[in-house]
Write a protein that binds this ligand. Sequence first.
Ligand code: NAD
Length: 480
Amino acid sequence: MEKILNYINGELVEPAGKQYFENYEPATGKPYSYVPDSDERDVEKAYQAAKAAFPEWSKMNKEKRFAILMRVSELIEERLEFLAQAESRDNGKPLKLAKTVDIPRAATNFRFYATAILHFASESHSMEDFAINYTLREPIGVAGCISPWNLPLYLFSWKIAPALAAGNTVVAKPSEITPMTAYLLSEICIEAGMPKGVLNIVHGYGHKVGNAIVEHDDIPVISFTGGTVTGAEIARKAGPKFKKLSLELGGKNPNIIFEDCDFESALKTTVYSSFANQGQICLCGSRIFIQSSIYEKFRDAFVEKVKKLKVGNPKDETSNLGAVVSKQHMEKVLSYIRLAEEEGGKILTGGQRVMMEGELANGWYIAPTVIEGLPFTCRTNQEEIFGPVVTLTPFDTEEEVLAMANSTKYGLSSTVWTENLKRAHRVAAQLHTGIVWINCWLVRDLRTPFGGVKNSGMGREGGFEALRFFTEPKNVCVKL
Ligand code: NAD
């Protein structure tokens, strides 16, 4: 089996302890590569390399930084097919999705921030004839970037690209469950001429490698995407060290369907927003609220479409859903389906593991599951499941659905379906989420602020927000 290696100081290296653990292929449930079981010694080595690289990288002409990041983007694009296959194998997602969403977006992330840094500007504040203030925005130093398994290269690059573009050097850790494309990215960085030490990728477990990054006294900025419980632990550790923190956490997103929606469009997109990537996108709508007058019509049409979704080999172009990411995650999702039944929910379709044949017989597949008849306050409707499971709930009035939509501790995104312009704006303004989509889902302009409120996180990624996060503002006041 292939061995993944750390990328430290421009080289692919073994972990200090020479220990590895197995990396599984979700489609088959079998191990297929080894992941370095790195520890704080590797993080220290990566930090020292990043520290040494910082003076030159941070002072480098922006055009040069731009050229290196653009080259990374181009190489990702050139290897799209290969990277998509690797991502699909590592994560279980349909190859089609990796080809059309994950890998193209990783290339775009590098291109977007390579160009953004050329346009990034800081403010000046004039006090008429008395004084003028100008704000310097300087790279901070060594940034720590930690990412999850659901959109591996997509989310990894979404952090690394702005951190590097802003002039920081980076110690990064991808999820130990999906490390492969981050490893392939290190090969691309070497080929793209990334100066040694600018980007360092340390593989391994969260409680070892992730924790060592968070606890490191000289890594002053941490960008994290992952679960809310992990985010809280990171905040507890980073807070007393006064680190700059960006936390992109879990969600329990409402999808609100009013009777005056464009029915076919709402139906089609809601099927996609419920089950894309096996429901393992932080933005998937998992609570579907439908106005009572169209509840039965929508429910029946929705269930009919969901029944037609094909759960299958991720490599197969006709599969709508692949495998979920791990055995442990599959068991968690299935336990929530049992909980929904205990809470009185009626399963309209799905509800169980899908057993495949041949080499896929031990793979981790779950049928897309639709449940109705649950109160909006129950655990199934309040806790993040992060799998192919949605609930349907009827509502009568705007006030009622807003109360239900806003009732969870999460506040990442929401989706509203209505043809009534006034209602759309009124409801959007009252939803407690960082992102609202009206009559669409996952439409992303990378210049817009991205992130959640409440337990869905702290801070925003995207556009100049990320460049502001990865720079330290310094005001200079000059008396005239
Ligand atoms: P996770 O919190 O288990 O792990 C995320 C990363 O943190 C991994 O790299 C992991 O190794 C590391 N980690 C774990 N413990 C750590 C610790 N003590 N210190 C430092 N690092 C540690 O999350 P996951 O299961 O990989 O991802 C799923 C979660 O991510 C879901 O809750 C999902 O909603 C969330 N998510 C949020 C967004 C967003 O943009 N808001 C995007 C994608 C996923």
